[in-house]
Design a binder for this molecule. Structure first.
Ligand code: PEP
Ligand code: CO
Length: 444
């Protein structure tokens, strides 16, 4: 029987870890986390891997979305339901528009920790540790709030469990039934331009389902959906404590989520994060920014998927709208030369962030669209499958990204800016993006 405690190399450098003030307290929390039941099951991670393998072959599309940073306060029924509804709506648009299965994945039930460019935040003459997500400290700008507290990791576990419980109830309890495609739009702002377009599509889906029913075809698959959880595996005290040996296979799995990814700032080939990812069997992702070299990509593949296992490895590219057409092709070419099985996913958010004159961190909807459009173009030129998108979104009617059909301006950002970290697409912008991507998928 494999010993989980000796599996990970604790001597390696781990970037972006909190400065916990009290090592004893961390130890106590880790001991407690290790005793807790898994949040997800190894077999579910395997099922997701099989779906990713299908997408790698061009037979499915990956849709991953949710908050930049989940917060404990926003883990309410309304907020969770709105995010799920938004993702289900986007998936329906993509699936109907492109006639392709869509793999639905939430940046949800565990996305509580953030890497930061600066360790400190300065306001006036006060300098405090940066907010690193609810897993570590609190957004409020005070000494006590910004002090890292390992007890928060237990709250991450409990909040993730509660969120997943609701996600499972919604997606298996009738709410995600395709015949409810109309109802997912209820409660959202009606007068937006995108609403009628969605309603028209929902009507078509309804007619298609009625047609199937009249022909005697009733399929279980329309009544429930598989919805998977994912987050950035960042805080290694938490992730290692939530790794378990699968009793069926004697292999290690991360049981904090079905899918975990390693971020742009922590993907050092000899670092502790890549070591962790290399030793769990889950499907995993790695973010690739504009500075990534083909050699780095090759090293990651050799380390993370030496046997070229189908479904195992996803690259999430976040190049920026102005960089992608130059920076992405050399990486794809290297992967093709190696014959490596990769799911290519576009994150059109993280390479397109800037500070508005009003001081808010924002993104232009047009830049998001431009990066996705270039992503499709590059893959078309190289004959590879544009496998999916990775989006920061919320089901709420926030004003965090500028542009889109509602034409949110820099001045509008103050109206409802709620993100604890990066700006998210709101419900309308998310649906608009889905329609545009569906079109690109169809034209591919
Ligand atoms: C994120 O996904 O929120 C993030 C920090 O991304 P990246 O690692 O690509 O910067
Ligand atoms: Co982000």
């Amino acid at each position: 029987m494999t010993n989980i405690d000796s599996l990970f190399d604790l001597r390696l450098d781990a970037a972006q870890q909190p400065t916990w003030p009290d090592a004893k307290k961390v130890e106590a929390v880790v001991t407690e986390l290790k005793k807790l039941p898994p949040l997800v099951f190894a077999g579910e991670a395997d099922a997701l891997k099989a779906k990713i393998a299908q997408a790698q072959d061009g037979g499915a599309f990956w849709l991953q979305g949710g908050d930049c940073a989940e917060t404990f306060a926003a883990a309410t029924a309304d907020s969770i339901r709105n995010r799920i509804k938004t993702i289900l709506q986007m998936a329906a648009v993509l699936q109907y528009g492109a006639s392709m299965p869509v793999i639905k994945v939430g940046r949800m039930a565990g996305q509580f920790a953030k890497p930061r460019s600066n360790d400190f935040e300065i306001r006036g003459d006060v300098k405090l540790p940066a907010y690193r997500g609810d897993a570590v400290n609190d957004l409020e700008f005070s000494e006590s709030a910004r002090t890292a507290d390992p007890e928060r990791l237990l709250r991450v576990y409990n909040t993730s469990a509660a969120t997943l419980n609701l996600v499972r109830a919604f997606t298996h309890g009738g709410f995600a039934d395709l015949r409810k495609v109309h109802e997912w739009n209820k409660g959202f702002i009606k007068d937006s331009k995108i609403g009628p377009r969605y309603e028209a599509m929902a009507k078509e889906i309804g007619r298609a389902l009625d047609f199937m029913k009249s022909a005697g075809i009733e399929h279980d698959a329309i009544t429930r959906v598989d919805f998977f959880s994912s987050h950035e595996a960042l805080i290694l005290d938490y992730e290692r404590a939530l790794a378990r040996i699968d009793s069926r296979t004697d292999l290690a799995y991360a049981v904090s989520a079905h899918f975990i990814w390693i971020g742009e700032r922590t993907r050092q080939i000899d670092g502790a994060h890549i070591d962790f990812a290399s030793k769990v069997m889950n499907p995993i992702g790695v973010k690739l920014g504009p500075k990534t070299s083909p050699d780095e990509v090759e090293d990651l593949i050799k380390k993370l998927n030496p046997d070229n296992e189908p479904g195992r490895l996803t690259f999430i590219t976040r190049m920026g709208a102005t960089n992608i057409e130059e920076k992405l092709p050399p990486l794809i070419k290297r992967v093709n030369e190696l014959g490596a099985r990769i799911l290519w996913v576009s994150d059109p958010m993280h390479g397109n962030t800037y500070e508005a004159p009003t001081g808010y961190k924002t993104r232009k909807f047009d830049d998001v669209i431009a990066e996705v459009t270039s992503f499709f173009k590059v893959h078309k030129e190289l004959g590879t499958h544009p496998g999916g998108i990775h989006i920061e979104l919320t089901g709420d009617d926030v004003t965090e990204c500028v542009g889109g059909g509602e034409e949110i301006s820099h001045e509008d950002l103050a109206t409802r800016y709620e993100s604890a970290c990066d700006p998210r697409l709101n419900h309308t912008q998310s649906l608009e993006l889905a329609f545009l991507v569906a079109q690109s998928l169809r034209d591919r």
